[in-house]
Each structure stands twice: as structure tokens, then as C-alpha cells.
Design a protein around this ligand. Structure first.
Ligand code: ATP
Length: 140
């Protein structure tokens, strides 16, 4: 079934989610405050918008509250990531996935109501380690 996603932040993480969702036929509203990033996704996302997601009026006017799912893919600016997650929650977005930069950031995101908190580097490191070990077991 087709769902509507909002992605805030088009770095490597948000950008690859955007591409994968579009490839699987979903609708994606992509928001970034960096013009180059928005231009890069103009012809990829369903809509790509140049805006500061920390501005609640921006989120309201883009109709983010009507999305099925929002992904907060801002990493470095932890304050922005927390504020945007909180505003999405208050707007009533049904499911919010947020990327954490570190364990403390992840805890705060969980506390303020992110439905799923992901730690991409940490989790990928674990997966690769498991994969290496299970490969060794299979090879043996
Ligand atoms: P990645 O690790 O995914 O490659 P990155 O290191 O390139 O990310 P981050 O600082 O994590 O960069 O930010 C990801 C994206 O979020 C950037 O493209 C940045 O412009 C965007 N971004 C940061 N703050 C905001 C904001 N307040 N509103 C909209 N976009 C933002």
C-alpha cells in the first residue's frame, strides 16, 4: 500500500532512505535547509523543499501532520533533531523514526516520543561483525 513519508535532512542517511522509498513506490516529501541537497533530490523525491524544519510554521504549511511517517535524519545538529522530533510529535504524526548521533541523543529522542530510534553507524558495525562471525562459522 502506498504511504506518505516526510524526510527531514537529506544527508547520506536521509538521502538513501528517500531513494529506497521512491524505488518502492512510496510518496516522499523531502525537506532540507541546504539548497544543494534540495536540488540533488528535486527530481528524485515526490516533492523536495528548501526549508528550516525547526520552524513550526514550515512544518504546518507543508502539511507534515498528514504524513503516515516522518523520518528525522538530522545528525550533527542534535538540538535541531530534538526540536523537530518534538514538533512532529506535537503535530500528531503517527510514526516518527529518528536518527541518533550517540547514546544520549538516542535516549532523549525516545523520551520525547520517537517511535523508532536508529543508530546507523553503531547498528551497521554490529551487523557487519555478526555477519563476519557467522560467515566464519559457515566457512568452518
Ligand atoms: P549523514 O550522516 O546522513 O550524511 P550529514 O553528516 O551530511 O548526514 P547532518 O548534519 O547529519 O549531515 O545533516 C543531515 C542533513 O540535515 C543535511 O543535509 C542538513 O542540511 C539537514 N539539516 C540540518 N538541520 C536542518 C534543519 N533545521 N532543517 C532542515 N534540514 C536540516
Amino acid at each position: 500500500m502506498k504511504q506518505n513519508f516526510a524526510i527531514i535532512g537529506l544527508g547520506r542517511f536521509g538521502g538513501s532512505i528517500c531513494r529506497a522509498l521512491i524505488e518502492s513506490g512510496q510518496e516522499v516529501l523531502a525537506i532540507d535547509s541546504n539548497e544543494d541537497r534540495v536540488n540533488e533530490y528535486m527530481n528524485i523525491a515526490t516533492h523536495a523543499v528548501l526549508a528550516n524544519a525547526q520552524d513550526e510554521n514550515v512544518l504546518r504549511s507543508l502539511g507534515v501532520k498528514n504524513m503516515d511517517h516522518a523520518i528525522v535524519a538530522i545528525g550533527e545538529d542534535i538540538q535541531a533533531s530534538i526540536l523537530v522530533t518534538l514538533m512532529l510529535k506535537e503535530l500528531g504524526v503517527p510514526y516518527i523514526t529518528a536518527k541518533a548521533q550517540n547514546e544520549y541523543h538516542g535516549k532523549v529522542l525516545e523520551k520525547i516520543g520517537a517511535d523508532r530510534v536508529v543508530h546507523p553507524e553503531r547498528d551497521m558495525g554490529k551487523r557487519i561483525a555478526h555477519n563476519l562471525v557467522s560467515k566464519n562459522v559457515l566457512d568452518y
